[in-house]
Design a protein. Sequence first.
Length: 410
Amino acid sequence: MSQEYSLAKEKIKILLLEGVHESAVECFYQQGYTEIVQHSSAMSEEELIACVHEYHFIGIRSRTQLTEQVFAHAKKLIAVGCFCIGTNQVDTVAARTYGVPVFNAPFSNTRSVAELVLAEMIMLLRKVPEKNMACHRGEWLKTAQGAHEARGKTLGIVGYGHIGTQLGILAELLGMQVVFYDIETKLSLGNARSMKTLDSLLAHSDVVSLHVPETPQTQLMIGPEQLAQMKPGSLLINASRGTVVDLDALAASLKAGHVAGAAIDVFPVEPKSNTDEFISPLRGIDQVILTPHVGGSTQEAQENIGVEVAQKLIKYSDNGSTLSAVNFPEVALPTQHDSSRLLHIHLNKPGVLNQINQVFAALNVNITSQYLQTDSELGYVVMDVEHGKAKAVLNELKNVPGTIRCRVLH
Ligand SMILES: NC(=O)c1ccc[n+]([C@@H]2O[C@H](COP(=O)([O-])OP(=O)(O)OC[C@H]3O[C@@H](n4cnc5c(N)ncnc54)[C@H](O)[C@@H]3O)[C@@H](O)[C@H]2O)c1
Ligand SMILES: O=C(O)[C@H](O)COP(=O)(O)O
């Protein structure tokens, strides 16, 4: 049975995985949420299935997979917080069907990614990775051969969103020319030029940097054909998602000397914890910078994300607001005064709202405020009623056909 009445805050159990920043914990404490369990690493599906029934909120980063099976066992789960940008690790459709909104931090770590990519680009242009490796082996590779300034070179940005646009601005400050390719029409910032096709961007760029989300269209977006279209001696950077690049094809292109260098932060399969082995066809290739998915891992980003996502979870818990949820109709709500608040999540089918309103009419309960938002499949309606009336209404609302979840707040 899912939670029907909001508990006292100190009884609400929160599970935070993957070293979610202390700033989140402080936010929860400040708002009276003290039952917090923290883990520094991710949990496997099995581990989650064994414990998820205890928790009302779960906070994760990019490593924890929240599958349909996990949601099926999460009887008390009220909401999920992804303390990162990506939500591809969560079955957000399954979450919806169980009436669980998923929140994330859509931009708090974007500057950190842009800065890392900029630094890597300069390192690759100067052939620092191979010179660094040579020094570690006791060799002395002092040469200007193949080393270039960034000034005057062309940076091609694939995916001109929060990260891509910031990177473009930073690169122009170095005197680079910026071109970009995006499936949406985007406002060009600075002197950046939009390219009509991915192929033309690849053929024009000295450095290609990928900043697209993981979608069916971006799966292996850069494979053997695309690598062959890149200029001989050009560089590839991927700090987006590991599924975007065919790493075997990249390794072959690097070994053949076509692509001259690469910086890769994300991988199709990443170790679940810092003690697991990292396996990749790029290991041992000197001209590649490999980083363990740390594009967004700065103190500044993590602290801001901690606050941002914790506040979204607290708001949903305290007043039902779903503003900026990634899988749910968005409702922005004022705090209720002198009333009880009922939250009703239902299938968006003809007649459901009518039946909800009939419950109130039959019980002669007045709705003081009502807020509704729907998408093509889901409806979320929030109703404030006089104190003391909510319990009777809840008992009837639960039986309205199409109800996914119904709760009373305070
Ligand atoms: N390495 C890290 O630690 C790290 C940190 C943050 C984000 N990321 C990844 O970076 C990605 C981009 O982040 P963002 O904040 O810039 O996202 P964003 O949503 O602001 O921008 C993504 C852009 O890609 C475009 N796009 C989508 N599909 C495309 C396609 N097939 N071809 C071309 N363009 C396409 C979108 O229209 C959008 O403009 C995130 O989805 C996340 O996976 C990684
Ligand atoms: O989606 C994101 O924001 C990035 O991939 C970073 O994920 P992380 O918080 O697990 O480092």
